[in-house]
Design a binder for this molecule. Structure first.
Ligand code: NAP
Length: 318
């Protein structure tokens, strides 16, 4: 049954204002974009020994995952909880947040689940993107990005091209993810009445939000990388690999307990010819008034991020 603002109790404010985020890399982009709207108060749920530096303007609530009362206290009064939890966090961490949010009366939760098509069951099965696989993902492999993903190793200047490298997929920058979440949370919560056909926050409940930055092939990415790094074909070592074989190899590694295969199977699956992860027909960029982005700027940001994450891994190892 539709809910309308006109039927809500006096004092109902038709907007999402108080947002809590448990997150880091993606979470910081979402938080920054939300802050920029000027419409939201952001509370970061962060462990007290967290190394995260939080953007200015954010309220910090230090929580202890072993003490539920601290999580509930941080969540009381919040309207929306965003979970962008590290896949390396203990498997019950997500559930602890959800349980505490329920106890605190938080009406909406955006769970951890970014980068795939939640409506495509087969794709989900193929990519093993369940909570178990996510929680088990190898942290360093995940942080460092690298060859297992889009095939690029920037240090070695090597590239593995899947099949002929022409299969296109839709993909989003972290900033676009942040903006999309901020846009959705800036919409009216409910339509004013049955005649109000404008886009509202409630239209997204229990549905995926589909966005894209680019629809690109590995060859498109390679052209961009060469422009950004000022390199030519001669500077790169190129190998080709059959996409399905690469998926099977990654899957065999995971089954043998080597989670390094996870990135391999996940990204190879995205490039299956004829079944590629191209959601572009479903994207809601126009509805959400998301800006068009520049591929070379995004490539540069991606290369810079790989360097930053490598430093993080080195810091973690030392
Ligand atoms: N980053 C990407 O490029 C990317 C791309 C596609 C999908 N994803 C998915 O998006 C989700 C979020 O990824 P992310 O890269 O944004 O995460 P992240 O930065 O690695 O971690 C997010 C936060 O999780 C908390 N955390 C870390 N270890 C924890 C532990 N042991 N116990 C409790 N909390 C812990 C930390 O918050 P505090 O220190 O403040 O407590 C951390 O800042 C994941 O499901 C990931 O698979 C990420």
């Amino acid at each position: 049954m539709s809910k309308y603002a006109k039927d809500q109790p006096i004092g109902f404010n038709n907007a999402i204002e108080r947002v809590a985020i448990a997150g880091g890399t993606i979470g910081s982009h979402i938080a920054n974009a939300l802050l920029e709207t000027g419409k939201h108060t952001i509370t970061a749920l962060s462990r007290k020994d967290s190394g995260n530096t939080l953007p200015e303007g954010i309220i910090v609530a230090h929580i202890d995952y072993e003490d539920e009362a601290t999580i509930v206290a941080a969540l009381v009064g919040q309207q929306f909880l965003i979970i962008t939890m590290a896949p390396t966090a203990p498997r019950d961490t997500h559930s602890k947040l959800v349980q505490a949010a329920a106890k605190a009366g938080v009406p909406y939760i955006m769970p951890n689940g970014y980068g795939s098509d939640i409506d495509n069951v087969k794709l989900g099965e193929d990519t093993l993107l369940g909570p178990v696989a996510k929680a088990n993902r190898d942290e360093i492999e995940r942080l460092a990005g690298g060859e297992a993903r889009f095939g690029f190793d920037f240090d070695k200047r090597s590239l593995t091209i899947y099949d002929d490298g022409n299969t296109k997929i839709s993909t989003s920058t972290l900033s676009q993810v942040g903006r999309a979440v901020a846009k959705v949370l800036s919409l009216k919560e409910l339509p004013q009445d049955e005649n109000d056909k404008s886009l509202t926050f409630s239209a997204f409940l229990n549905k995926g939000v589909y966005i894209k930055s680019f629809v690109v092939s590995q060859n498109d990415m390679f052209q961009s990388v060469k422009r950004v790094t000022g390199t030519t074909d001669a500077d790169w070592t190129i190998t080709h690999e059959d996409t399905r074989k690469r998926y099977e190899d990654g899957l065999a590694q995971v089954k043998a307990g080597n989670m390094a295969g996870f990135g391999k199977l996940l990204y190879a699956r995205a490039f299956y010819p004829g079944e590629a992860s191209d959601f572009s027909e479903r994207v809601q960029n126009d509805h959400l008034e998301l800006p068009s982005e520049n591929l070379d700027e995004a490539t540069k940001a991606g290369i810079d991020l790989v360097k930053e994450l490598q430093l993080r891994v080195e810091r973690m190892a030392s």
